[in-house]
Design a protein around this ligand. Structure first.
Ligand code: GLN
Length: 498
């Protein structure tokens, strides 16, 4: 029974709980058992909140028994990236500098999950302060890809993607600053959505690069991702960048699953040389499938996308160098070097040297340099101009087509250890995802099969205009159904034998 329960989709879990066929407590127990059975190998979780999860599940069962009408995901368990504050529950951001910190409040996303009656199983591993593409930059050791334990699960939200792919949770929350939801979703064979910037509140999301950070859903099906998106999205007065507009109808789009007549643009600049042959092959098949489902596919050029990566690696470190100044040994977490005689500056320096890892220090130095008075215009200023050009590329493209598509990542999951000492190689993992962060538009990754050379998942990225979040769900749902029809099974039935 437990094994059957964890294999259900989130929508199915909610339905069997709502019908009384099973209880939220039973569903939660099945997932806690799965975590106990496999997470020593995967290391998706930094913290499992057994008691909190069971209490939340019990409350759903009691409220249901009392006749209360509950939301569409009530009783469904979820894994939350450790970058969101959770009241009373440790929040580390994958860093030593926050070890042991228990926030006094819940992030808006966390509050909305609780209000929806969802069961937070625990906090998931991540690259330190969300900087990375492999989860190897976590101070607490890497997470492993459930499809092949010697491979990376993507990053920075690799704990959440691995938890969902290994059936430790049906749903997960990640954040995407340059690709950290879409890239781990792609390499773990699941669905991951980056909402329009401002679509989901950043209140209580520990900031990396504030103009780029965006929270979003992980799930094994498109509908599940849409249900979660709808549960967390919407205006929040506590976040000044939150958009005060109706949430796009993502759930209806996922149920609609129709692409007849839809104009799909293949981004010329994202593909070809440097991409793994199996990735290109699965991408080409997805395009054929879209065509056979009635979409009108054309090629579209976005000439400035080639400058997105260098612009991002000036803008994101610049913002991080400012945001991470708050870790000063006075307010949160770690404090070392205070022998009673040292100055505040000395304590700060010693604490930051001990508390931050190599990648975080690299970014703080890069950002401080790019923002320094003599170099500001040459580096940060130029990068901001490139950012505008990329937004204009998107605007021009969306005058011709409804959505843009590309592979999500140039390669499948690479081996653990392969890129950790080669930052440039690591940065390339986000080549296709970064443009959407710079422009703030909506994008999503969905599984489109396994690469023949290594049997590892390949992701297809669907991008849409700002506030056009429903479109990627419509396209992804149509493809998901198309794959199921063609091959007679949902992609994930082949998933990891753990
Ligand atoms: N891999 C990118 C980086 O290291 C993106 C990270 C993210 O989206 N949080 O900055």
């Amino acid at each position: 029974m437990g094994t059957d329960l964890i294999r259900l989709t989130a929508a199915e879990m909610a339905a069997v709980i709502a019908s009384g066929e099973t209880s939220a407590v039973e569903v939660t127990r099945a997932h806690l058992d799965r975590i106990a059975a496999v997470d020593a190998r995967v290391h998706a979780f930094l913290q499992v909140d057994t008691e909190g999860a069971l209490a939340a599940a019990r409350s759903v069962d009691e409220r249901r028994a009392a006749g209360e009408l509950l939301g569409p995901l009530a009783g469904v368990p979820i894994a939350v990236k450790d970058v969101f504050t959770t009241k009373g529950l440790p929040t580390t951001c994958g860093s030593r500098i926050l070890e042991g910190w228990r926030p006094p409040y819940d992030a808006t996303v966390v509050r909305r999950l609780r209000d929806a009656g969802m069961v937070i199983l625990g906090k998931t591993n991540m690259d330190e302060f969300a900087m990375g593409s492999s989860t190897e930059n976590s101070a607490y050791g890497p997470t492993r890809n459930p499809w092949n334990l010697d491979r990376i699960p993507g990053g920075s939200s690799g704990g959440s993607s691995a938890a969902v792919a290994s059936y430790q949770a049906p749903l997960g929350i990640g954040t995407d600053t340059g690709g950290s939801i879409r890239q781990p979703a792609a390499v773990c064979g699941i669905v991951g959505g980056k909402p329009t910037y401002g679509g989901v509140s950043r209140y209580g999301l520990v900031a990396f690069a504030s103009s780029l950070d965006q929270a979003g859903p992980f799930a094994r099906t498109v509908l599940d991702a849409a249900l979660l998106h709808a549960a967390i999205a919407g205006h929040d007065p506590a976040d000044t960048t939150s958009i005060d507009a109706p949430v796009p109808s993502v759930v209806e789009a996922a149920r609609g699953a129709d692409v007849a007549g839809l104009r799909v643009g293949v981004v010329k600049e994202l593909g070809g040389e440097g991409y793994q042959p199996g990735v290109l092959r699965r991408f080409a098949e997805a395009i054929e499938l879209l065509d056979s489902l009635g979409a009108k596919v054309t090629e579209v050029s976005c000439p400035h996308f080639g400058y997105a990566l260098p612009a991002y690696y000036l803008i994101a470190p610049s913002e991080c160098s400012s945001n991470l100044a708050r870790f000063d040994a006075m307010r949160y977490g770690l404090r070392t070097g205070d022998d009673g005689t040292s100055s505040a500056e000395e304590v700060m320096a010693v604490t930051r040297a001990a508390g931050f890892g190599a990648e975080v220090k690299r970014r703080i130095m890069l950002g401080t340099y790019a923002l320094s008075s003599g170099y500001y215009d040459a580096y940060y200023g130029s990068a901001q101009k490139v950012r505008t050009l990329i937004s204009r590329d998107f605007q021009a493209a969306f005058e011709q087509v409804d959505v843009l598509v590309s592979p999500t990542t140039p390669t499948t999951a690479f081996p653990i250890g392969e890129r950790v000492d080669d930052p440039m190689a690591m940065y390339l993992a986000d080549l296709c995802t970064i443009p959407s962060n710079l422009a703030g538009n909506a994008a999503l990754s969905l599984p489109c099969g396994l690469a023949p050379e290594d049997n590892l998942p390949v992701g297809l990225q669907v991008m849409a205009p700002v506030l056009g979040d429903d479109r990627p769900y419509r396209v992804a749902a149509a493809l998901e159904a198309g794959y199921a029809d063609r091959w007679g099974h949902p992609l994930l039935e082949e998933a990891p034998a753990l």
